[in-house]
Ligand binder design. Structure first.
Ligand code: F6R
Length: 366
């Protein structure tokens, strides 16, 4: 059932090229320059007339929501707010019938997300679901939706659910950008083609596995880790830290790289591993100067870089390469090495990777 892998989590990490393909199969028709999504087509006016999009989710799905915020605003020019479902539902939020709420949930059973949906519906918002489990409570409660088609995710730590959520949300943003006319045909086509190339680039990113195992062995006994990223990769830093803490029980924090100087820099010494996402596009030079600051305080630097990078390689203790892609699609690649890293560290520490202590696959309690 684990398909020859030691754990479901590893199997699911390796399933991502296929899972992402399954997510866009029948939807992304790159050669025709078309994205087909019935849930959007049938409700296009709601999206185009929306004052804003509110995204609600928990945990890893909330991180996918943060990536989506960058994508929707950048590509489709629609204002987006991302909320923890648990905070949103209890704070008497301002919602009108001009708002569109997108709920993201792998299981489709998360109690707080479900409650947030009900609240938004009561106040007249149009509610769209992005779920993995077909026929789940959230899928049934929403006005419309798009399934991720990742296939069953058994490991408690979410992996392929995250990348397929980002894939669906990217398709949605591109479709809306096209309908709004904010994209040139050339740019739109470029995105479609590049999205189609992502599964093979994820495959390529998985090839770093042996190197990552070596790196994991160096840092497996750490007690604290810092994860930094900017822009599209800030949410990936949060997700990297979450993956590490939930399965290896090492304390880890994710931060936007530029926030380091407002506090976390005080933590840096020779015992602090810092995982930095430093891909070529997206504030590269600024991240490089963050890396210099870490280095001068003797922090250990493990950097995720674009293939062929020279500058960061000079500074970092370890670099892990991912293929080049469009900036907004980089999270689909930079996430991969961070998933593998957490996995190997957890295994080396003797942790129960698929069923970490105190956690459940779906959180149906509040
Ligand atoms: C982390 C993880 C959790 C879930 C969260 C939301 O790896 O799995 O943080 O992402 O409990 O669950 P869903 O997406 O099912 O609503």
């Amino acid at each position: 059932e684990k398909g020859g892998y030691d754990h479901f989590m590893l199997k699911e990490i390796y399933e991502q090229p296929r899972a992402i393909k399954d997510t866009y199969r029948g939807r992304l028709l790159a050669d025709q320059g078309l994205i087909r999504m019935a849930g959007i087509d049938l409700n296009m006016e709601k999206f185009l007339n929306a004052n804003r999009i509110i995204i609600v989710a928990c945990g890893t799905s909330w991180h996918a929501g943060l990536v989506a915020e960058y994508i929707f605003e950048d590509l489709a020019r629609i204002p987006v707010e991302v909320e923890y479902a648990s905070e949103f539902r209890y704070r008497n939020p301002v919602i009108t019938d001009k708002d569109v709420l997108i709920a993201i949930s792998q299981s489709g059973e998360t109690a707080d997300t479900l409650a947030a949906i009900k609240l938004a519906k009561d106040r007249g918002a149009f509610v769209f679901g992005v779920c993995n489990v077909v026929g789940s409570s959230i899928a049934r409660e929403t006005d419309a939706g798009a399934y991720t088609h990742a296939g069953p995710e058994i490991g408690v730590a979410s992996t392929k659910a995250f990348t397929t959520q980002i894939t669906v949300l990217t398709l949605m943003a591109l479709k809306l950008a096209k309908a709004k006319g904010v994209f040139s045909e050339t740019k739109y086509r470029e995105y479609l083609t590049e999205l189609e190339n992502i599964p093979s680039k994820v495959e390529k990113s998985l090839e770093s596995n042996t190197l990552i195992e070596i790196i994991a062995d160096v840092y497996k006994d750490s007690t604290n880790c810092l994860y930094l990223g900017r822009g599209y990769n800030f949410p990936v830093a949060l997700e990297g830290a979450l993956k590490l803490k939930e399965i290896s029980y090492i304390h880890a924090e994710g931060y936007p790289a530029a926030e380091m100087k407002h506090g976390p820099i005080a933590l840096i010494d020779e015992h602090m591993p810092v995982f930095v996402i430093a891909t070529k596009k997206g504030h590269y030079e600024k991240v490089v100067s963050n890396i210099q600051e870490i280095k001068s305080r003797k922090g250990k630097i493990i950097a995720i870089v674009t293939e062929g990078d020279e500058q960061v390689k000079e500074l970092a203790d370890h670099v892990i390469e991912v293929p080049e892609t469009l900036e907004s699609l980089t999270p689909l690649l930079t996430t991969i090495p961070l998933q593998l890293l957490s996995y190997h560290i957890a295994v080396m520490r003797g942790c129960n990777v698929d069923q970490p202590r105190n956690l459940a696959k779906s959180v149906t309690v509040e």
